[in-house]
Structure formats: structure tokens, C-alpha cells
Design a binder for this molecule. Structure first.
Ligand SMILES: [Zn+2]
Length: 602
């Protein structure tokens, strides 16, 4: 009897203990491996053949997990870039071999390294049978696995310190008005370094430091034939010299599309020096860092497309073809344009996949693909509703430069990163045949805002991008479907027109709160079916107040908009159904309203 009691006691205390262990809070693990390509391989960019190694290239991973099994693998690579094909493949491998759904593959953009391709699709000359490329992919997966296995309870700290490795590289020629590359000491940069530190609860010592700064790693000269991680590699060395070799320091490249490291293409020593200074700034930021209190990791992703600038008109094209007849490279791009024009098509859009790793309101890492202009990082920092922000570009895919609207509006004068024809800037040479279209800035901001929780809101135009609408614009037989948003003060109206009559759509709150009155107006002849759900929870029909109004806004009796015969033409009374979405349904946190409707006519 007595032993039985003891057994029960033991069982009870075991249950309590394991429940305690289950609430460990944030867990973190980190690991790193060497991925330096063999001597004799090609260095990018500019292209040259390596004769040795100045400093090794690494793949590093910081793995974070919370009690709810939300987890992310943040991978930092000392490589110049990886396209969407490579990143998709690596992320799929990570998912298959570790079960981690969310991974961020971030490239440092070192111009003395190599590019990563998908499996069997090496981007490096002399990499026979993609051996180095495939091995590197395997190594990345191993690093992630090791970081995951090493995960232990940690406390996180976030901080920032002043730092500036480079300068804005866009200057305007006052005579021609055209942008050229140089050192623009007055131009915008991201003048800080952001850090996140994971301290082991067991040892009270740091296990990993994630740090981010925005500058092209181009201090190592293009004439050097030694492989190097450039200044980010030297910064890691400095951090490890201070904190210990066992601490994994991971660099993330910020929105450096228009910032060059300084002094440009000088010496390895100068790159080491710049890295040393950046490392010092990281140590300072760590010293002043503040605890991240939130224990909940939230990882979100959003996707959109960045449209490319429209092709030149036929007349302009003809002039350009005549002027460039002797230039095979230019003619190839011009012929691609013609091929699209003949089919009435426009160049493809750029994929834009963005991610946010958030810890409550304390901290957010935002990642974007491509070479984003620094203005985007500054905008995120100003507007994202978090105490600490950190931003990576060059992550999970790459398709060239993404300038801001101001640069894109300069047209042919926009310089290497943004110019359009008749100027042969860098982006005209891509498969997109030109830079992104003017207006892409709003698409980018809308996409980023869709990641954030309701927050402090935006200082910019209050209506811009508040609601993201999703619906099929074209119904059956080319009939038109449209949702219009009108917001003023405390009220928002979504006007829905649907020629075919059966449809669905969703309204996604991008930023801020739902207004006090949320009205849906259906411009249909009859409303046979109507369904509303908020965040996948259906609202009962009896709690929806559906009214019928004429175009003057006067309430009508009855159910349908009567039709009267006028000769053979059916005439319909102009008006709409109005449904108010109950405020109780739009309580804190609700992001999406889903609508389904069926018209009277079918
Ligand atoms: Zn670049």
C-alpha cells in the first residue's frame, strides 16, 4: 500500500516536471561549416579564376523554436547570390530532411565568392558535374540539422549601434541629369547594425549572434584572385575574437542595392579593416541590447509579383534596332522585345516572396529577395510595429535590382540599377528586359504590411494598401468582376460588381484596425446566396443585416431589384444590397473577411 502511494507520488511529480520542461520558452541552436570552393574555381563577380583563399566562406544557421513548435532556420551564406530555383530546392531539402517548414536562405553578396545553383545546375565555371554546388547544398542541410539538434533554452536580446561600411553609390550628373556610380556621401544609407543575441540559459553565455548591415561587399578588389567573404567575414572574426570561437556569428545583408562598401575595390586589408569596425559596432550593440520578452515565434510569408516596365513603343524600338544593328548582344534583347510585342505581351514580372519572423511586438526580421534599395529598409524601420527591426534582402531568391519609384521614374536617366531604354542599364539585360515598373513601390509596401500585426499604423497616406483584395477579376465568358474600396474616417465600403453573378473574394486588412463601420455593397439583381466568414469563422446569417437600397441610398422594400420590359430589353432598377459586417465579428486580430455570393440570375 505504502509503495503504491509512493509510486503515485512519483508519477505525479514526473508529470509536473515534464510540463515545466515543456514550457522552455524560446529554444535556439547554431552551427557552421566551411563551403569554400576549391582553388582554381571561378570567383564572382567580376568573373576571375581563383589562385588561393584569403579567408574561407561559410554556411551558418541559427535555428529558433518556441513552445508551440513554431520554428525557423535562418541560414547565412558567404556567397554572392542564389536564384529562386536554387533557394526553392534548398528549402525543399531542408523541409524533407529536418521537417523545418520555414527557412530563410540569405546571401551575403560577397563579390569575391561564388553563386549557388539548384541541384546539378552549378553557376560556377570549373565546377565539373556540379560537384561543389551539390556538396554545398548538402552542407547547408547538414548545418541546419546540426543547429536544430543543438537547440537549447535561450534568452534573446536585440540591439542596434551606429555603423557605416559604405556610401550611397548613385550620383546625378548635373548636366545630363543621368545617374552615374560614385561615392554619394549625402545619399541615403542604412547607418546602423542590428543584432540579435541568443544566450544559453544553462551557461548564461551567448551561443549565437545574428547581425545585419546594408552594404555591397565590394571592398576586396576585382583584381584579387583570392576567394574572400569580404568585410562580413572579417566582422565575424572580430565578433568571435571578442566572444569566443564557439559563438556562431551570422551576417545578413540588408537592402544594399544602392550602397557600396568603402573604399570600393581597394585591398583585402581595407576589407578586413571595415569588417573589424563593423564587428566593433556589433559588440557595442550587444552591450546595449535589451531583452526580447516575447516567447511566441510567429513566422509569416507573403507573395506578390513586381511588374516589369512596359516595352518601348514600336517607333522607338525601330530607332533602337537601327542604331544597334551591329551589336549582337543588344539585338538579342531587342529581338526578345519584338517577339513579345508581336504577341501583344509584356515582359515577365519578378517574383516577390517576403517573410517575417516576429517575436511579439519586440522584434521582427523581415526578408526580401533581390537587391532592394536601402529606402525600403528605412521605410520598414520607420513603419513596422516592432521595437526592434532587422531586414535582409538577397534572401530566398534573386532577380536583380529593385529600385524605388523615384529612381524608376527617371526612365533612361535612372542609372545602372533602374535605367530603362534607350539607356542600356543593367536591368535591360535581364529576362525582364528592363527595370520594374513605376508603381512597384506600393506593391512592395503593401506586401510587407500584410505580414505585420495591427500596429502603430502608417504615417504615409492612410488609405494606401490598407486592404488587400483577392478575387478573380474575370468571371465566366469574360464577364467583369470588381471590388472597389471607399474609406472615409470611421467607415469603409466595399462595392462589389459581378456581371456573371456567382463569385467569391477576400478582403485582407493590411495595417491598422477595421473602421467602426464595415459595409459590403453587392451590385446584383438579386441576392440568392450570401456568406461571410472572418478568419475562416462563418458569421450566422441571422446576425447579418441585409438591406436593399436604390442608387440614391433610399431603402427599398422587397427582395429583388425588379426588372421591367422595355421592348426586348430588360431594365433593372439601379441599386444594391448592403450588408454590415457586425463589429463583434471584427474583434482584435481578425485579418480576413471572406465573401461568397450568388446572384438571382444563373
Ligand atoms: Zn549587387
Amino acid at each position: 500500500m505504502r509503495s503504491m502511494k509512493r509510486l503515485i507520488l512519483l508519477v505525479v511529480s514526473f508529470v509536473v516536471l515534464s510540463a515545466g520542461q515543456g514550457l522552455a520558452g524560446i529554444m535556439a541552436g547554431a552551427a557552421q561549416r566551411d563551403i569554400t570552393p576549391p582553388v582554381g574555381f571561378e570567383i564572382q563577380h567580376y568573373f576571375r579564376q581563383s589562385v588561393g583563399v584569403h579567408d574561407s566562406l561559410f554556411a551558418r544557421c541559427l535555428y529558433l523554436k518556441d513552445d508551440e513548435q513554431n520554428a525557423v532556420a535562418i541560414v547565412s551564406l558567404d556567397l554572392i547570390m542564389g536564384g529562386f530555383d536554387a533557394c526553392d530546392y534548398v528549402r525543399e531539402q531542408i523541409l524533407q530532411k529536418t521537417g523545418i517548414k520555414h527557412s530563410l536562405i540569405a546571401f551575403s553578396h560577397s563579390h569575391s565568392s561564388a553563386a549557388l545553383g539548384a541541384h546539378n545546375h552549378t553557376k560556377v565555371k570549373n565546377d565539373t558535374d556540379s560537384k561543389w554546388n551539390n556538396r554545398t547544398i548538402e552542407t547547408i542541410v547538414e548545418v541546419v540539422k546540426e543547429a536544430q539538434q543543438r537547440a537549447e533554452p535561450v534568452k534573446l536580446r536585440a540591439g542596434r549601434s551606429n555603423a557605416q561600411v559604405g556610401f550611397n553609390r548613385r550620383l546625378v550628373n548635373p548636366k545630363s541629369g543621368a545617374v552615374y556610380m560614385g561615392v554619394n556621401r549625402k545619399g541615403p544609407v542604412v547607418p546602423w547594425v542590428n543584432v540579435l543575441v541568443a544566450d544559453s540559459i544553462k551557461s548564461s553565455k551567448p551561443i549565437a549572434v545574428l547581425f545585419e548591415h546594408a552594404a555591397h561587399p565590394v571592398i576586396v578588389p576585382h583584381t584579387s584572385k583570392l576567394t574572400s567573404a569580404d568585410f562580413p567575414g572579417a566582422a565575424v572574426e572580430r565578433i568571435q575574437a571578442e566572444l569566443g570561437k564557439e559563438v556562431i556569428a551570422l551576417f545578413g545583408q540588408g537592402c544594399a542595392g544602392n550602397i557600396n562598401g568603402f573604399p570600393l575595390r581597394s585591398t583585402h586589408e581595407k576589407a578586413d579593416h571595415a569588417g573589424h569596425n563593423l564587428g566593433d559596432a556589433v559588440i557595442k550593440a550587444i552591450a546595449g541590447s535589451k531583452p526580447v520578452e516575447s516567447k511566441t515565434l510567429s513566422i509569416k510569408q507573403a507573395h506578390s509579383e513586381i511588374p516589369s516596365r512596359a516595352l518601348p513603343g514600336r517607333e522607338q524600338w525601330q530607332k533602337m534596332a537601327e542604331a544597334n544593328a551591329g551589336d549582337a548582344g543588344r539585338m538579342r534583347q531587342l529581338n526578345r522585345m519584338k517577339w513579345l510585342m508581336d504577341q501583344g505581351k509584356q515582359p515577365p514580372a519578378r517574383r516577390f516572396d517576403v517573410y517575417a519572423v516576429m517575436l511579439g511586438n519586440d522584434w521582427c526580421l523581415t526578408t526580401m529577395p533581390h537587391e532592394m534599395f536601402c529606402q525600403y529598409e528605412l521605410w520598414i524601420d520607420k513603419n513596422a510595429p516592432f521595437r526592434h527591426t532587422m531586414t535582409f534582402a538577397f534572401t530566398n531568391g534573386y532577380e536583380g535590382y529593385i529600385a524605388n519609384d523615384a529612381a524608376l521614374k527617371m526612365g533612361a536617366n535612372g542609372g545602372y540599377e533602374a535605367a530603362s531604354l534607350p539607356n542600356w542599364g543593367g536591368q535591360v539585360w535581364t529576362r525582364h528586359l528592363g527595370p520594374p515598373a513605376v508603381g512597384c513601390e506600393q506593391i512592395i509596401k503593401d506586401t510587407l504590411m500584410s505580414l505585420w500585426p495591427q500596429g502603430k499604423g502608417l504615417n504615409a497616406s492612410p488609405n494606401a494598401g490598407r486592404f488587400k483584395l483577392k478575387y478573380n477579376k474575370q468571371g465566366v465568358h469574360g464577364s467583369v468582376r470588381e471590388i472597389k474600396v471607399t474609406e472615409n474616417g470611421e467607415r469603409v465600403i466595399f462595392d462589389i460588381t459581378d456581371e456573371f453573378g456567382i463569385g467569391r473574394g477576400s478582403i485582407n486588412l493590411g495595417v491598422g484596425k477595421w473602421p467602426a463601420k464595415v459595409l459590403v455593397r453587392m451590385h446584383l439583381a438579386g441576392l440568392e446566396g450570401f456568406e461571410v466568414s472572418v478568419d475562416d469563422k462563418k458569421i450566422a446569417k441571422q446576425s447579418l443585416n441585409i438591406g436593399r437600397y436604390d442608387d440614391e441610398g433610399s431603402k427599398l422594400k422587397g427582395r429583388y431589384f425588379k426588372t421591367s420590359k422595355d421592348g426586348d430589353l430588360e431594365k433593372r432598377i439601379a441599386g444594391y444590397y448592403e450588408i454590415e459586417i457586425p463589429q463583434e465579428a471584427l474583434v482584435r486580430g481578425v485579418k480576413i473577411i471572406n465573401l461568397k455570393w450568388v446572384d438571382f440570375y444563373r
